[in-house]
Design a protein around this ligand. Sequence first.
Ligand code: ARG
Length: 587
Amino acid sequence: MLKLRGILNQRLLEAMAKALPLPQAVDPLLRPATKPEFGDFQANGAMGLAKVLDSPPRQIAQAVVDHLQVDDLCCPPQVAGPGFINLTIRPEVLAAEVQGRLKQPRLGVPMAEPRQRVVVDFSSPNIAKEMHVGHLRSTIIGDCIARVLSFRGHQVLRLNHLGDWGTQFGMLIAHLKNVAPQTLAGQENLDLGDLVEFYRQAKGCFDEDEVFQERSRREVVQLQAGAPESLRAWGLLCQRSRQAFQAIYDRLDVQLLERGESFYNGALPGVVEALEQAQLLVTDDGARCVFLQGITGKDGRPLPLIVQKRDGGYNYATTDLAAIRQRLTSPEAGGEGAERVIYVTDAGQSDHFAAVFQVAQRAGWVPPGCRLQHVPFGLVQGADGKKLKTRSGATVRLRDLLDEAVERARHDLVERLAQEQRQVTGEFIESVATAVGMAAVKYADLSQNRTTNYQFSFDRMLSLQGNTAPYLLYVYVRIQGIARKGGPLETPGPAAIYLNDPQELHLARQLLHFDEVILELEKDLLPNRLCTYLFGLSQSFNRFYDQLPVLKAPTQLRSTRIALCRLTAETLGLGLDLLGIKTIDRM
Ligand code: ARG
């Protein structure tokens, strides 16, 4: 109801100007009504004016109402409580809005003005290590944020800041030379088996064997110096990891542009130089660092952000500073020209980003109007409230986790099909199980407020009851079923929608809130808001459909109800798509 809200706001401003002796315009504080019985909107502005105008807020509200011209849109406005103005949109206005949405694929969501260039840095697992549930959260939440921003018309760059550089490559290359020297000579294809196991072995050697440690250190130096053989070994390791990551992204249907840490290697000395020139750099015990403002350690002294270690090496923070410069530099100068950069990682990295952002600010690398934003999320926990582990205590592999979701979805489906005595093809079972399994994993994550920890539970996420993906998908399927029985849900002609029954009105109102929910999500980057909305919408639809006949309703009512069915399906479809979830027509 963004458009209606905008008009009402304007009318309130006009009424206030006429009714109240105010030197300048004051915000009427128009908000969605806190309870349905108060109508659609309430204006809370009168309360704040009592002091200035030296009169009781109810009286102020009444004066505004006396001058308010909204008959074309609202039922007569009511002054309520201490001085709220309650506004209820007239049913025929709601009907016209519903009609308008049916012709509009954006369902009332305007394009952003101005459109921005936005970088979303998400997923970002580390080479030769397993992509873990934290990366899964980042991937799912980051993808949703990127989808919503693109839908709003922003130009979104989805960057995968892969951990593809660092001292760990020394031991990995040293180990690779031990176990597969032929590969490095180019004589054999590399088959490392499980790369994570390979990492464990390398780490084992490193921890136990001093000679190996020394070799690893030399390998790092050689790699950093660009020795061809080292680069080849590094490339092979990255290639293997990349394939494993890509398989996960394909299953999740997530697009990312790889822009690993190594991409910024050449820019690292420049970071230190620029900080030096900005006179921010201090040498502390041989390390080059910037002392932070307002970020202190336990002893109350400012903490340093180290950008170059004593041995001359650079670190995670240096790379992030180089990345910020690259992302905020204009395209003409070879950068990304982003106006907003969003980092989706676990809350454990909040301090890191606060420090890095501060240094970038102080170095003058953040042009006015540009925004760096960390979007933190909580931990994924097992049913015991501890970090998610397999039964044997090992870390959960994402591949296995997704497999299990699909497997359980398949099991539930087969059981239900047997109960309902339905005959279907194996292909049907496969595609539904895959869609439901993936949807369940994504939705379980997105429907939680991301800032809190969340408990991972296959049983809960796959349930057909409650705020789950299967519940929402089922409502969508239900509506497709109506369309199959009753013929396509055609858009009714003009004036064919009459909202009368409370269930119809309630559903229509909820449908019309979609635009506001998307704008809110764009602002606070909390996907759970959209989930809560879609869940509420689905519940309203189920009540509507359980209580009112649709296909068997008399002609006049039928077209209205079919229109509501259709708009519900479209809203669910678009909403789920923005969450990165694919709908299915049958299940
Ligand atoms: N690779 C990091 C990790 O696994 C995440 C990187 C996030 N992005 C960034 N620009 N620092 O924790």
